[in-house]
Design a protein around this ligand. Structure first.
Ligand code: NAP
Length: 290
């Protein structure tokens, strides 16, 4: 990190800790009032080391927040039908309030079919088409956790997207696309760039952007010289060696606000997952009592 950096850091680590504390207090309150302890079911197919680590981290954070986690481990050879069966059972289980299917699942599995087996009221990771549609229409539901975490970060740093030009680089269903939809819902003028966007157009769009969301998965893909002075730069990328999608040192010299990697968007993703799990437990508990 250079010492000439002008940008203020958006400290996702601290914000996430505060959100987890609030979530833990809500979980404790629900348990005290109703004897219901929020429960997140985590489903892991196979033994991909990164996925094993992510699930372990999520379960550990759950425990710290007073959320029970129920872990289901399935062999790599699990079929789509078997996985759909497990997710359907968890969706029907009143003791489970939220469901997380760790992805990517194996290439032989129809991931979309698996996601759709998650009941929308338990879709705390925001992966179903129902959740996406609710988000797009501004209806109640759960948002995909990384874009949801990004919006919380922007709010915490008083970044109002209304009337701003936002450029989202990447359009995956779990990250880029919903991030752009959430910014649009907050009245930003949103441009998506993706692998078909010519490099010169990407560069031109970035140079006009008040808010940049990088969600590509390529180390240091976005250069500082393309950042508009004073822009808000949110780097959701996470690449080998703890490197984001933005060239941090050069971008920090021009940006007004910037997320570090690690310690920016990443912690907000898990904190949002926990918060939405307690939301789900609260709603299901209230619906059961009604
Ligand atoms: P993904 O599904 O691989 O999507 C990558 C996106 O980048 C695609 O939309 C792709 O365009 C676009 N892209 C690829 N090359 C490009 C180029 N040359 N110019 C412009 N766009 C290009 O990845 P993802 O799941 O969205 O993840 C993106 C990054 O975020 C990864 O580094 C991942 O590790 C990270 N991530 C972080 C968190 C977190 O909690 N911090 C959570 C999820 C993901 P096409 O659609 O045209 O292929």
């Amino acid at each position: 990190m250079t010492t000439t950096a002008a940008a203020r850091l958006m400290d996702g680590g601290s914000l996430a800790r505060r959100l987890v504390e609030e979530t833990a207090a809500r979980a404790a309150d629900l348990t005290r009032r109703t004897a219901v302890q929020p429960c997140l079911a985590t489903v892991l197919v196979g033994e991909d080391p990164a996925s094993v680590t992510y699930v372990r981290m999520k379960r550990a954070r759950c425990e710290k927040a007073g959320i029970r986690s129920r872990h289901v481990e399935l062999p790599a050879a699990t079929t789509t039908e078997e996985l759909v069966g497990v997710l359907t059972d968890l969706s029907r289980d009143p003791g489970v309030h939220g469901i997380l299917l760790q992805h990517p699942v194996g290439p032989h599995i129809d991931e979309r079919a698996a996601f759709e087996a998650i009941a929308p009221e338990k879709d705390v990771d925001g992966v179903t088409t129902s959740s996406f549609a609710s988000m797009s229409f501004g209806l109640p539901g759960f948002v995909s956790c990384t874009p949801g975490g990004i919006m919380r970060l922007l709010d915490a740093y008083d970044v109002d997207p209304a009337g701003k030009r936002a450029v989202v680089v990447g359009r995956s269903a779990i990250l880029g696309k919903p991030a752009g939809m959430l910014l649009l819902a907050r009245n930003a003028t949103v441009t998506y760039c993706h692998s078909y966007t010519p490099a010169a157009e990407l560069s031109a769009a970035l140079r006009e952007a008040d808010i940049v969301v990088a969600a590509v998965g390529r180390p240091r893909f976005i250069a500082g010289e393309d950042i508009k002075p004073g822009a808000v730069v949110v780097d959701a990328g996470y690449n080998e060696g703890n490197v984001g999608d933005v060239d941090f040192d050069s971008a920090a010299e021009r940006a007004g606000l910037i997320t570090p990697v690690p310690g920016g968007v990443g912690p907000m993703t898990i904190a949002t997952l926990l918060s939405q799990t307690v939301d789900a437990a609260e709603r299901q508990s209230a619906a059961g009592a009604a």
